[in-house]
Design a protein around this ligand. Structure first.
Ligand SMILES: Cc1cc2nc3c(=O)[nH]c(=O)nc-3n(C[C@H](O)[C@H](O)[C@H](O)COP(=O)(O)O)c2cc1C
Length: 201
């Protein structure tokens, strides 16, 4: 790096976690699991990613969270991708437990997975049901939980099709973006990505 560049940049330092010093764009999903007593659990997660080009999904959690324990015990989880209008809902799912339960979840309208015994929220736009694949420990106090997607469904207007231009689709059916650590955005404008010619995945 040239001196001119390094002089301009601010050293964030790594003595403390870097993530609160800037914004990054992330998805926000609700992970659905079933507690030991059979009651449904939903928890928002933004540290979320496809695990490659095949049907694997991953998210970062901590073994202290019930989500992680429920997945170890029951072997599966669901994923609901909320619409921008469901931001409050999505956030409230992180409310603290009282006597082991999150009372706020009583106000959620949910339905049960077809393949995985865990809840999904109504009115989301995209849903996955995942069989637990692997949990990788050791990222400080966090772990990476991965699952194989064994069922997937979506609201029709959010699915790409030859009937509607992609730009129009995103405009008509906006997407939720979490701007970590504490903001969100509604994405309704987009552009085609300028991929290089002959690019391979
Ligand atoms: C917007 C938002 C994003 C979050 N993202 C994550 C995440 O990616 N990983 C995580 O472990 N916790 C995340 N949390 C915190 C958990 O969802 C929260 O601690 C939850 O109540 C845990 O519930 P559980 O004990 O039922 O698993 C997030 C919370 C909010 C509000």
């Amino acid at each position: 790096m040239s001196d001119a560049v390094t002089e301009r940049l601010i050293d964030i330092g790594t003595e403390r976690p870097v993530w609160n010093r800037f914004f990054t764009v992330a998805p926000l999903v609700l992970i659905g699991t079933t507690d030991a007593d059979g009651s449904p659990d939903l928890a928002p997660k933004h540290m979320v990613t496809p695990m490659g080009w095949e049907n694997y999904f991953g998210f970062v959690c901590t073994p202290a969270h019930c989500t992680c324990q429920n997945i170890q015990r029951r072997g599966g989880f669901t994923v609901s991708y909320p619409k921008p209008s469901q931001v409050l809902f999505s956030s409230l799912a992180a409310s603290p437990r009282q006597d082991g339960h999150k009372p706020v979840l009583d106000y959620f309208t949910t339905f049960n997975g077809r393949e995985v015994d865990a809840p999904l929220i109504e009115e989301a736009y995209l849903y996955f049901e995942c069989r637990h694949h692997k949990t990788v420990d050791g990222f400080g106090s966090n772990c990476l939980i991965t699952g194989e997607i064994i069922a997937a469904y979506a609201e029709p207007e959010f699915l790409r099709s030859s009937e509607i231009d992609d730009q129009e689709l995103v405009h008509d059916s906006p997407l939720f973006a979490f701007l970590a650590p504490d903001r969100f955005a509604t994405i309704e404008q987009s552009n085609a990505f300028p991929f290089p010619a002959n690019m391979k995945q």
